[in-house]
Design a protein around this ligand. Structure first.
Ligand SMILES: Nc1nc2c(ncn2[C@@H]2O[C@H](COP(=O)(O)OP(=O)(O)O)[C@@H](O)[C@H]2O)c(=O)[nH]1
Ligand SMILES: [Mg+2]
Length: 363
């Protein structure tokens, strides 16, 4: 049987199977099989179309993408958020045209990419839609841009992104899998598992060929979350929902949408320049960036051009960003909120904080 036929057969079986206590186990296995087959299909199509796990061409410290249906105002928004002077010509990635712009904010160079609009079924299609979504999958932050008159479009965008393995605004499930080539398969749960019985977990692992090693489950996972863990190729990405064209509605309408839509959003008008400062600030804060000021050993701190890293970065990451590799450094001197006294000598594993001043030493 062809891969696509196998996939269709399982989808059909899932539709026929009613979900209740007695079929949960069966559904769990079907979901694991389906995830595995889809990954296989992805790989075979990927080789034909140049692959989808590519690195985005990065022209900044991080990349934000605009995802939305056609005509919601993505291009207008890109023009408003990014400096027209710094804008470069659009470029094609495989067959997807990416229009990049640069937003400089608090010293960070944030690359924003405008993508062609996506339509329902984009994730399943073999055409452009899927490749557009794949670009989004590789971003550091996604803006889900919807029209103020069609706020429910956000459901569609979420669904399409979910189908290509992007997990929006959620953390990876707290489960670790260590595969080995031989020996038994140890499964430990450090909490009560109310949504997924042990026997199902064991068989789902079996579907993925994981029969040796150890699995530790530290939260009460659902079937879908566990499938995500075994599938292993999910990306957990923050996203902001943006309602554009708010200039066309009144505050009462917006309040109504806020009640109805089961999620937070920022209402803006790209065209009329409304709430764009708030959007920029939210973009910056959701990217979890920190600014590190470098101080040469015998000179003043460079306060003009901070090094931009993400929260949780270490001195080793600082070195990697400066020299592309740790270049034999052994310690650093740090002043700021990450240390008790300033300057303090720290090792390569020390986690730096926003606005720390760092001198790399010991080379
Ligand atoms: N009233 C209003 N119109 C807008 C706004 N933003 C974009 N538009 C208009 O919506 C249409 C589609 O905009 P465009 O940026 O090309 O959408 P895209 O297809 O998502 O890139 C254009 O006619 C824009 O002028 C807005 O905030 N308010
Ligand atoms: Mg456009």
């Amino acid at each position: 049987m062809e891969l696509s036929e196998k996939i269709r057969a399982i989808e059909e079986e899932m539709r026929r199977t009613q979900i209740h206590k007695h079929t949960e186990h069966h559904i769990g296995l079907l979901k694991a099989k389906l995830a595995r087959l889809r990954a296989e299909q992805e790989r075979s199509q990927g080789s034909k179309h140049g692959g989808i796990g590519f690195e985005l061409k990065k022209g900044g410290d991080c990349t934000v993408v605009l995802i939305g249906l056609p005509s919601v105002g993505k291009s207008t928004l890109l023009n408003r958020l990014t400096n027209a002077r710094s804008k470069v010509a659009s470029y094609a990635f495989t067959t997807v045209t990416l229009v990049p712009g640069l937003l400089e904010y608090k010293g960070a160079k944030i690359q924003i990419l405008d993508l062609p609009g996506i339509v329902p079924g984009a994730a399943r299609g073999t055409g452009k839609g899927k490749r557009v979504l794949s670009v989004a999958r590789n971003a550091d932050l996604i803006l889900l841009v919807v029209d103020v008159f069609q706020p429910d479009q956000v459901g569609l965008l979420r669904k399409e992104l979910h189908e290509i393995g992007a997990r929006i605004n959620s953390c990876p499930p707290n489960v670790t899998i260590e595969k080995r080539n031989q020996g038994s398969l140890g499964i430990t749960a450090t909490c009560n598992l109310s949504k997924l019985p042990m026997s199902t977990i064991r068989e789902m692992l079996n579907v993925y060929g994981i029969n040796h090693g150890s699995v530790v489950i530290r939260e009460d996972v659902t079937i879908d979350e566990f499938v995500d863990v075994v599938a292993g190729n999910r990306r957990y990405i923050p996203a902001i929902t943006v309602l554009n064209k708010m200039d066309l509605v009144n505050p009462e309408y917006l309040a109504e949408v806020r009640k109805r839509l089961d999620e937070d959003f920022i209402a803006i008008s790209a065209d009329q320049n409304m709430n764009l400062d708030q959007l920029k600030e939210t973009i910056y804060s959701r990217l979890n960036l920190i600014r590190i000021y470098l101080k040469p050993r015998n000179g003043p701190t460079d306060l003009d051009a901070p090094l931009i890293l993400t929260t949780g970065s270490t001195i080793a990451d600082v070195c990697a960003k400066i020299y592309r590799r740790a270049a034999g450094s052994r310690y650093a001197l740090v002043s700021g909120t990450s240390v008790r006294f300033s300057p303090q000598r720290v090792g390569m594993g020390h986690v730096v904080h926003d606005q720390d001043i760092v001198t790399i030493a010991g080379q």
